[in-house]
Ligand binder design. Structure first.
Ligand SMILES: *Cc1c(COP(=O)(O)O)cnc(C)c1O
Length: 422
């Protein structure tokens, strides 16, 4: 019989840690990951046939729910025409028009294959455009696994970063400057100390990779002003927030205009798509128009574009989806806060319960969470049929398929388990 354990044992022989992306290994919770057979709506099923309420949603893309009938139908129809041509298709133009037509800050866009690639390319573009070298990022913000972004802690906000990963050279990391999330002074100090050499500030306009940490009032506006003052570009990494907080992402939600934005996750509707876009004047520096080189054999893949179009079209056709998932986010956050007595951060359909009673506003305060307690909570949640990310520092993603009853069940289950493991 197929079991997750047997599959994982096989996987570990031929794949590092048995996985193609580290979090899937469940290492931080010390468990065997369920191997997934299928998913529909807000439910996911493992190979043993267990059903879970899915609060991961493939880490964000499944805002419409899994196996959405319109997305599946569009992909199924398109797939008969061939999987990839490495040549121009109408679909690429359609998806680009859908985005540029509705996001005022995106006048031109380039499709790539992942969020990592989008960020890596946007940073190169920012450097190429400004002819400056340094990049400011924030502790606890995740921007994919390109060398320059694998820097987070170092020795505090004002120093050069140390690489977070083996294999990243000091050279690749030393142009990455670290600031503290929600702390404009830390950014201003870096700008002053690196006068005339900061190419860009990159930020998750609501951090969702150190748990959910919304930008404080005035933080993003302040970044905008500092970037203008010091001649740096402002990049919003909207790989999670894009098409989720609103169709126009965090830029629309907060009313702050970045120079460039990066997308991923929802933009591909479950297929591997990333993108970066922004002002025409900047995007014109990308090859073949300009001298910033960036390319991709499978970029703009017709099947991936089809899934993206079918997803974004539905989000545009029914803006009520956002009211719906945001209300569900409010409801879940309020309920979890009530039964847990812990800090629950949330914005729109992104929710995160921290295992602490202290407010969480940045990386240091997020790290105060009791992760051992999370481990025990996680195991019991999974056993009760609630599938959340196997880490304290991830968001719960709500899609439109959740019902009030399922949210109530989730809240009650959290309450019961927290009581049990007290
Ligand atoms: C997931 C994520 C990325 C990386 O995207 P991949 O498609 O996994 O490479 C980058 N930035 C943010 C904010 C993300 O959440």
């Amino acid at each position: 019989m197929k079991t997750s354990q047997r599959l994982f044992d096989r996987a570990k022989e031929v794949m590092p840690g048995g996985v193609n992306s580290p979090v899937r290994a469940f290492a931080s919770v010390g468990m065997t990951p369920p191997f997934i057979e299928k998913a529909r709506g807000n439910k996911i099923y493992d190979v043993e046939g267990n059903e879970y309420l899915d609060y991961v949603g493939s880490w964000g893309p499944m805002i419409l729910g899994h196996a959405d009938p319109k997305v599946i139908a569009a992909v199924g129809k398109r797939i008969e025409k061939g999987l990839s041509f490495g040549a121009c298709t109408e679909l690429e133009v359609e998806l680009a028009e859908l985005i540029c037509g509705h996001l005022p800050h995106v006048e031109m866009i380039r499709m790539v294959n992942s969020g990592t690639e989008a960020v890596m390319s946007a940073l190169r573009l920012a450097r190429g455009y400004t002819k400056k070298n340094k990049i400011i990022k924030f502790e606890g913000c995740y921007h994919g696994h390109s060398d320059a972004m694998l820097v987070k802690a170092g020795s505090g906000a004002m120093t050069f970063g140390d690489p977070d990963s083996a294999g990243v050279t000091k050279g690749a990391a030393e142009d990455t400057l670290l600031a503290r999330y929600n702390d404009l002074d830390s950014v201003e100090t870096l700008m002053k100390n690196n006068r005339d050499d900061v190419a860009c500030v990159i930020v998750e306009a609501t951090a969702a990779n150190m748990g959910v940490v919304p930008a404080k009032e005035g933080f993003l506006q302040g970044l905008r002003s500092l970037c203008d003052q010091y001649g740096a570009l402002l990049i919003f990494d909207e790989v999670i927030t894009g098409f989720r907080l609103a169709f126009g992402g965090a830029a629309e939600y907060f009313g702050v205009t970045p120079d460039l934005a990066t997308y991923g996750k929802i933009i591909g509707g479950g297929m591997p798509v990333g993108a970066y876009g922004g002002r025409k004047e900047i995007m014109k520096c990308v090859s073949p128009l300009g001298s910033v080189y960036q390319a991709g054999t499978l970029s703009g893949n017709p099947i991936a574009m089809t899934a993206g179009i079918a997803t974004l079209e539905q989000l545009l056709a029914d803006p009520g989806i956002y009211d719906d998932i945001n209300e569900k986010g409010d409801y879940l956050a309020e309920g979890l806060g009530r039964v847990s007595g812990r800090t629950v951060n949330h914005i729109g359909s992104l929710v995160c319960m921290f295992n602490t009673k202290e407010p969480v506003t940045d990386y240091d305060s997020a790290r105060k969470s009791d992760t051992e307690g999370f481990r025990r909570l996680f195991a019991k949640l999974l056993a009760a049929g609630i599938y959340v990310a196997p880490s304290q520092y991830e968001a719960m993603f709500i899609n439109r398929c959740f019902t009030r009853e399922e949210l109530d069940f989730t809240i009650e289950t959290y309450g019961r388990i927290l009581e049990e493991i007290k």
